[in-house]
Design a protein around this ligand. Structure first.
Ligand code: AMP
Length: 111
């Protein structure tokens, strides 16, 4: 079972921002900026590449709610989803990174 599935199953603790039956948002353990949260479907999909559009539709609506709850709708935020090896994906469970709270840096990260 992947680490995010263990978080969903409450086998690993998390700092929850928002949750409903299908989706979960929690703080990244190693934040890259002032606000850095992860937004996931509770069901396991390896990455964006294999996630059905119907799930992405729900994830989009949930992400809007997260932005509202974090109070970043006016100031703005960046959404990233890494896909596979060249995308720099470390955890093979679809997730958005939501970065906010300060001006985030260049789009392409360090090597
Ligand atoms: P990615 O490289 O896109 O797969 O991102 C994986 C992210 O998961 C990284 O930013 C990690 O800091 C984060 N992460 C890994 N384990 C945990 C955990 N137990 N709780 C919260 N965030 C985690």
């Amino acid at each position: 079972m992947c680490i995010f599935c263990k978080i969903v199953n409450k086998e690993i603790p998390n700092n929850t921002v928002l949750e409903n039956e299908e989706f979960l948002c929690f703080h990244d353990i190693n934040p890259a900026c002032k606000i850095h949260v992860l937004i996931i479907p509770k069901a396991h999909y390896d990455s964006f590449d294999v996630t059905p559009p119907s799930v992405m539709k729900g994830l989009t609506a949930f992400t809007h709610q997260v932005a509202e709850k974090l109070g970043v709708k006016q100031s703005g935020y960046r959404l990233i989803t890494n896909i596979g090896n060249d995308g720099g994906q470390e955890v093979p469970h679809l997730h958005f990174h939501l970065l906010a709270g300060e001006r985030v840096g260049r789009l392409v990260g360090e090597k």
